[in-house]
Ligand binder design. Sequence first.
Ligand SMILES: [Zn+2]
Length: 237
Amino acid sequence: MTDYSIKISPRAKHVSLKITPAEGLVVVVPRGFKNHDLLDELVESRSAWIKKVFSRYAEEPSLQTDAELPESIQLPALDEDWAIDYIQTNARSVRAVETASLRLQIMGNIEDSDACAKALRRWLMRRAKENLLPLLEQASEDCGLSFSKATIRGQRTRWGSCSSTGSINLNYQLMFVRPEMMNYVLVHELCHTAYLNHSASFYKLLESYIPDYRHHETQLKQAWRSMPAWLYRLQAA
Ligand SMILES: [Zn+2]
C-alpha cells in the first residue's frame, strides 16, 4: 500500500488523486468530506496508475503532475504571447476558444484542471499545425529539399523525425523554443530527406544551410527542461 497524504480543497467537488515529486501521493478531498475510511480502498484501486506515475518519475524527475495552469502562454518561435481567461460555464467539457488577437478563453467545467490542460494542449496542437507546417514548406523551398508529408505530434523526447519515405514529424513543443532553434529542427529534418543517417555527408549538408548548427543542437538538448510544466500534467480522475 502506498503512503499518502490528505489535502482538503474547498474547490474540489470529488475525491481525486495526484502525485507530485515533492509530496508523493496526495488524496484531495472536498471540504466536509467524511468517508475517510474509504480512502485506503480508493488508493488501492488506483494502484496500477500510481505505480505507472512513480515509475515515470524515476525516468523523468522533472515531471510535475500538479503544475499550475498558465495565465499566459509564450510561444517564442511564433513571437506570440497569449493571455488566457478561464471561464466557468455549465458545459461538462472544456474547450479553448480564441476570442481576440492573442487572447484565449478556456471555457466549461474549469474546476477540472486536467481537462483544462488537455484543452490547452489540443489548442497548441492546432496552433502548431497552422504555423509549423507552413514554416516547414517555406524552409523546404528555401533549401530546395522536398518532403512527402508532414505531421505534428507531441513526442516526449524528440523535436522531429523523418522517415525513409520523406515523411516529417514535428513536435508541437517547438513553438516554445526560439525561432532560430525551431528553424534548425526544420532544416535538420529536411536534410534527412537527402541522408537518413547522421553521417558526415548529412552534417556537411546541414552546415551549408546552418553554419552554427552545433550550437543549436546543444541548446535543443537543454530546451526540454524549459518546457512549461503544465504540458505534462497528469491527474487521476
Ligand atoms: Zn537527425
